[in-house]
Design a protein around this ligand. Structure first.
Ligand code: PEP
Ligand code: MG
Length: 761
């Protein structure tokens, strides 16, 4: 059964169009279950009706025409109950609804299962048989499993407009729709208009688009170069193994070389290019067809050859993409779009051309989102339904406030968003005047507004925005850009540069926080649950040599400066880790002093980013000079929501009452022990977060430079007594949504509405 299931899912997924995938689906299910009828009905939400979308076994003339109302017949009942209905004689069921034109009356046995994606019914899959019998348990389970697997594909087709085309009967018209909206979550605030440039992970055939080219000759040349390179590779591998492999195995390399001949794959690909497809798309089509042919073969040996064809295809694609990457042209209004946009991908684009980022993977606290915030580039993350395959060169609007992407915007939509961009620009010009004034409330409460850096190293931007210190220096970044651990001197030089630029302001250096989603190419960590694994302080205490070199570099970098050095420990989950780390820092201090450096004792602090640390914050506070909440991780661990997983991104809520209570608890502990408490998660850079944290008694809010002026404006236009009044109400609320709505309203009423986006209902 599993094999059949897998095969059907694969065949459906590799269909050329959504129309074809529906037809293939009903055909394959009918064959697999040996039933006489299989149909799929799709829900038309606009009309509140089900469309008879594909069928085998009934009158197929009605496909695409017949519609059923929301309470008409058993199909509607399956959707209404959102569960399977399995009947031996459907015709006697009170909800049976006879539609004479499809010829259903002869079929008694009925099994219908809903197709559900994210709690929404998208359609119903039905099998029917003449004979009066109940479908057995395994058949029902098979259909339920299949439908659950297909739901994502149908939801995707719905988002891309393919379902709509079928529902409206223009499956082949290919009309470009305007203002098509894709939802994700806001990754970095702001709005931008631009042109999509799609970046792909290396060599993934499924991700290749089948676009047309204007330059057939060029595409043919590119193909020739790629095929020649692959031939060269195979020749070299074959020579390498000439001694060690038996001749019959070596012959396999010749087979590969033949497959690349003009009368085999290469010739077919060339043919497609001549029809107008670009080389990568032509390659994709040809490889897919060949693989499918092999996979349908009975003989297991021949079936396996499909994998060889695919492997060859990927090798050729690798070269095609390489050649292309060197030639990629970035328009002046580039919006980078990708399945998983990574910080590394940004490095290839000239900074002045990057205007927006859209990623299918990731959420607001993914590191690429944090980087986008620091660069002041609007970003949308977790846009899971985005059809990136066809998006190259598409005009887009990216709304980083609401996590929305509009494809092919209409002139009206463009004008609306241009006005909003203009308003934003005027506001940020006004905010520039606040650069040199302190973060102080109307009732005279002073709060430190510091910056998080490391991802960009953009010190001058932070100072331009009026940062009063560095609240988080992510030291892993200089480690990520090397191909080995940086030496003590290399680290010292980088740290020193930042400290000198901020002198005499305080600088908080976090010890190396690798693991989780931050990998070092030269120190790979493979784990099933990396966020619950060997991460942050756990790694560096297991490798005191790494910790010591870093601590010494930090101390030396601070030598002779007035600015206070604060060393901060990430991912602390027990008191003993703090004890050990403090011991190492003391040792490093003694050593550096002995070497003759003029260093002063650093302050040592703990990051509270694991729930255990919240509940031990009082004891931790007794051991250190300051506490700093890492709310990005704390939220992830408190709510058990992976900060990079778009499927659960809507459960990742900064204003969740449990998170806010934890934040309050930490602040109380710090105040009871009379030490400073700060926060360096993204929450600190949101106007609502800043108001609540001010009310809770946080001394330092550390955020990306982009958000700092807005937060300062809010702080300077508010009384802490009012913030406390708001917090008291918030702490009695039960959900993040309620809190967010309430706080937005409060800010608007306090005359601070400019910082809460309201351009959208
Ligand atoms: C945090 O977890 O909130 C934090 C500031 O650290 P990072 O985002 O680097 O994990
Ligand atoms: Mg963290």
């Amino acid at each position: 059964m599993l094999e059949t299931l897998r095969r059907i899912v694969q065949i459906v997924a590799s269909s050329d169009s959504f129309r074809e995938s529906l037809d293939v689906l009903v055909h394959e299910v009918r064959a697999a279950l040996g039933t006489e009828v299989c149909s799929i009905y799709l829900l038309n939400k606009e009309k509140d009706r089900f469309l008879f979308a594909a069928n085998e076994g009934l009158n197929t003339d009605a496909v695409g025409k017949l519609e059923l109302g929301l309470n008409q017949g058993l199909v509607a009942l399956v959707a209404e109950r959102a569960e399977p209905i399995n009947l031996d004689n459907a015709t006697v069921h009170p909800r049976f609804h006879l539609v004479p034109e499809i010829g259903e009356e002869a079929f008694h046995a009925f099994l219908g299962v809903p197709v559900i994606h994210r709690r929404q019914v998208l359609g119903v899959l039905v099998v029917q048989q003449r004979e009066r019998r109940r479908f057995d348990e395994s058949e029902e389970a098979f259909l339920v499993t299949l439908s659950a697997q297909l739901a994502t594909g149908i939801a995707h087709a719905e988002a891309t407009g393919d379902v709509d085309k079928i529902l409206k009967g223009d499956a082949d018209s290919g009309l470009a729709r305007q203002d098509v909206l894709y939802r994700g979550v806001g990754g970095a605030p702001g709005i931008s208009l631009g042109t999509a440039v799609v970046v792909h992970p290396a060599a993934d055939l499924d991700a290749v688009s089948e676009k047309m080219t204007d330059d057939v000759t060029l595409e043919l040349q590119v193909l020739d170069r790629a095929v020649e390179s692959v031939r060269g590779d195979i020749g070299r591998i074959s020579e390498q193994f000439a001694e060690s492999l038996p001749p019959e195995e070596l012959a396999l390399f010749d087979v590969y070389l033949h497959m690349l001949d003009d009368n085999a794959l290469a010739g077919d690909i060339r043919g497609r290019i001549r029809k107008g497809y670009w080389a990568q798309g032509a390659l994709k089509q040809v490889i897919r067809e060949h693989v499918r042919r092999f996979e349908e073969m009975e003989d297991p040996y021949l079936r396996e050859r499909g994998a060889d064809v695919k492997d060859l295809g990927l090798r050729v694609l690798g070269y095609l993409q390489d050649i292309r990457a060197k030639k990629t042209h970035f328009p002046d209004d580039t919006i980078l779009v990708g399945a998983e946009v990574t910080p590394g991908m940004l490095a290839n684009i000239p900074a002045d051309k990057l205007k927006g980022i859209v990623s299918i993977q990731g959420s607001v606290s993914s590191h690429v989102a944090i980087l986008a915030q620091a660069l002041d580039i609007p970003a949308v993350m977790g846009a899971v339904d985005l059809p990136i395959i066809n998006m190259d060169n598409e005009p887009l609007i990216v709304d980083g406030y609401y996590g929305e992407v509009f494809c092919n915007p209409s002139p009206g939509q463009i004008a609306h968003y241009q006005d909003l961009i203009e308003e934003e620009r005027e506001f940020s010009e006004e905010l520039e005047e606040l650069r040199d004034v302190p973060g102080i409330t109307l009732d005279g409460v002073r709060i430190g507004l510091w910056v998080n850096i490391g991802l960009t190293g953009d010190v001058s931007r932070s100072l331009d925005r009026g940062a009063e210190g560095i609240g988080l220096f992510r030291t892993e970044v200089p480690f990520m850009t090397k191909d080995r651990f940086p030496s003590e001197e290399e680290q010292r030089a980088i740290y020193r540069e930042h400290m000198e630029a901020f002198e005499p302001k305080p600088v908080t250096m976090r010890t190396l926080d690798i693991g989780g989603d931050k990998a070092l190419s030269y120190f790979p960590i493979h784990e099933d649950n990396p966020f619950l694994g060997w991460r942050g302080i756990r790694v560096t205490l297991d490798h005191p040599e790494i910790f010591m070199v870093q601590a010494r570099a930090m101390l030396k970098a601070n030598a002779g400066l007035q600015g206070m050095l604060r060393i901060m420990l990430p991912m602390i989950s027990s008191l003993s880790e703090v004890e050990e780390a403090k011991r190492l820092i003391e040792r490093a201090f003694a050593e550096v002093r002995e070497e003759g450096f003029d260093v002063k004792k650093p302050l040592v602090g703990v990051m509270v980013e694991v729930p255990a640390a919240v509940y031990q914050s009082r004891q931790l506070a007794k051991m250190v000079d300051f506490l700093a909440v890492g709310s990005n991780d704390l939220t992830q661990y408190m709510l058990a929501v992976d900060r990079n997983n778009p499927r659960v991104a809507d459960l990742y809520k900064d204003y969740h009452p449990a998170v806010l209570n934890a934040l309050l608890e930490v602040s109380k502990s710090a105040s009871a022990e009379n030490i400073k408490v700060g926060i360096c998660g993204e929450l600190a850079g949101t106007p609502v977060g800043a108001v609540l944290l001010l009310a809770m008694g946080y001394h330092v809010l550390s955020m990306n430079a982009t958000n700092l002026p807005k937060v300062k404006w809010v702080i300077r236009n508010l009384r802490r007594s009012d913030a406390r009044r708001m917090l008291a109400k918030v702490l009695r609320m039960g959900t993040a949504e309620e809190i967010q709505t309430f706080m937005h309203k409060q800010l608007v009423e306090a005359g601070l509405g400019r910082v809460v986006p309201t351009h959208h209902e």
